[in-house]
Design a protein around this ligand. Structure first.
Ligand code: BES
Ligand code: MN
Ligand code: ZN
Length: 493
């Protein structure tokens, strides 16, 4: 998609399709009002007929044969003076879908002019670009027959609310964001027979080439030499070789990096503790944390953020097999701590534990792991918020605020000492599961034992990283949150 900006008034623009907002109670947005004037009151008359109430995301296409714009799409943007950020995003998404339903190659949208509650005009324009890109995303590379008409390829946004430099910056940020989000979605949507640990390694190397990163891939022999017994334990059941990807982006000289650690289980069958068959296909999404890390670093590099970031991705399949780990097996992690594996389906924390320990050598300013870690988190928070658990409240607040800004939200769960004893083992330093109660928290408790060298936060993204059912597919969350977090860290002295 090609994004451009315009300073022109809506009634002067010749286009296949013009998008303008309408508020509730028949109030026209400024753009709709000036169009209305040029069309002798026709827009107001359409709204008065009641076909569109102005609810966020509602759309009404109007075909024009005698205006400069061949078609006009009216889009509900909520009550006048009270357009909340999430409602604004719904309006942008609704508009993009309405445009995609028409046979148009390009369109011009005035939605970035809408005043959004508690947000700047820059934010609105950046979101306009990002949400439009995200809404037009399709994953059809594995279909041999075209199923839908082609998406529009050109989109022009009104930049009248901003000075030219700020508008250009917002456009660049929005398009870097949507490119990153669609990169993450592509990686995650690709099935597990194609998106293997080796494929992720190739993708990391290719990203390194195009973004100027240092990329290192640790192979099985390297991990054996290091003593990554927890990661290698998970990899025992599969023939696909495990990898540990290390991506280094340097935008700020020698300063301490932010470490991003992403769970890269390219397929999670549960191993010997086999999962039930229903929806098991969705366990191809168990590498969404890995996809998030690659995509976030891509955006950081594209935006040339003055910050250092190191991405660590432990990647493997989790399958049952003749050599697979069994319940009761005890392994030694890179940290030297021993782990009794009571459930082979709690594999994410095993591979992350070695990656978190390995991250110590980068002396990170902060370390954030991102993982589809527990089904319990889906039950606790659903698809609205990812779970946040941290050993550093200030870091947690920074992440929460960044997520709030981007409408890519997270919510804290406690990491109290009292939960730790659920991991007691009779045979090793700890067990890898803590029973049914507080499953999301005990998973984080496990990770905390490998993260005590750093300011650390854990994001359990099991509920937000992908959708099931008719809309099955990856969302690209929490890439926007992390990009915003890095932008803020890069600005801070
Ligand atoms: N990848 C799963 C978590 C998951 C479950 C993500 C459902 C998305 C949807 C993880 O490896 C897992 O299997 N966790 C177990 C932990 C349990 C054995 C303590 C779970 O949540 O059931
Ligand atoms: Mn599992
Ligand atoms: Zn898993």
């Amino acid at each position: 998609m090609d994004y451009t900006l315009t300073q022109d008034a809506p009634d002067t623009i010749a286009t296949e399709c013009l998008v303008v907002g309408v508020h509730e109670n028949g109030v026209l947005s400024d753009a709709a009002a000036s169009l209305d004037q040029a069309l002798d009151g026709e827009v107001a008359a359409i709204v008065q007929r009641g076909d569109i109430e102005g609810k966020p995301g509602q759309t009404l296409p109007v075909v024009r044969t005698n205006a400069r714009a061949r078609r006009i799409i009216l889009v509900g943007v909520g009550a006048h003076g009270d357009c909340r950020p999430a409602a604004f995003r719904e309006a942008l998404g609704g508009a993009a879908r309405a445009v995609a339903d028409l046979h148009v190659a390009s369109f011009v949208s005035f939605l970035p002019e809408i005043v959004v509650k508690d947000r700047s005009a820059s934010w609105a324009l950046e979101q306009a670009v990002a949400v439009t890109g995200d809404s037009l995303y399709r994953f059809d590379r594995l279909k041999t027959r075209a199923v839908k008409r082609p998406s529009p390829t050109g989109c022009t946004f009104s930049a009248r609310a901003l000075d030219p430099a700020a508008a250009q910056a917002a456009l660049a940020a929005g398009s870097a964001l949507t490119r990153a989000v669609s990169f993450a979605r592509d990686l995650a949507n690709l099935p597990a027979n194609m998106c293997t640990p080796s494929y992720l390694a190739d993708q990391a190397r290719a990203l390194g080439e195009r973004a100027g990163l240092t990329v290192t891939v640790l192979e099985k022999a390297d991990m054996e030499a290091l003593g990554m017994g927890a990661l290698l334990a998970v990899a025992r059941g599969t023939h696909e070789p495990a990898k540990l990807l290390i991506l280094e982006y340097r935008g700020a000289g020698e300063s301490a990096p932010i470490a991003l650690v992403g769970k890269g289980v390219t397929f999670d069958s549960g191993g010997i503790s086999l999962k039930p068959p229903a929806n098991m296909d969705e366990m191809k999404f168990d590498m969404c944390g890995a996809a998030t890390v690659l995509a976030t670093i891509q955006a950081a590099a594209e935006l040339k953020l003055p910050i250092n970031v190191v991405g660590l991705v432990p990647a493997t399949e989790n399958l049952p097999g003749g050599s697979a780990i069994k319940p009761g097996d005890v392994v030694t992690s890179l940290s030297g701590q021993t782990i009794e594996i009571l459930n082979t389906d709690a594999e994410g924390r095993l591979i992350l534990s070695d990656a978190l320990t390995y991250a110590e050598r980068f002396k990170p300013a902060a370390m954030i792991d991102i993982a589809t870690l527990t089904g319990a988190c889906v039950i606790a928070l659903g698809a609205q918020a990812a779970g946040l658990m941290t050993n550093d409240e200030a870091l947690g607040d920074e992440l929460t605020s960044a997520g709030q800004t981007m409408v890519d939200r997270i919510w804290p769960l406690p990491l109290w000492e009292e939960y730790q004893k659920q991991l007691d083992s009779n045979f090793a330093d700890m067990a890898n599961v803590g029973g049914r109660e507080a499953g999301t928290i005990t998973a984080a408790c496990f990770l905390s034992r490998f993260a005590d060298h750093a300011s650390w936060a854990h994001l359990d993204i099991a509920g937000v990283a992908y959708k099931g059912g008719k809309e099955k597919g990856a969302t690209g969350r929490p890439v926007p949150l992390l990009v915003e977090f890095l932008r803020r860290r890069a600005q801070a002295p």
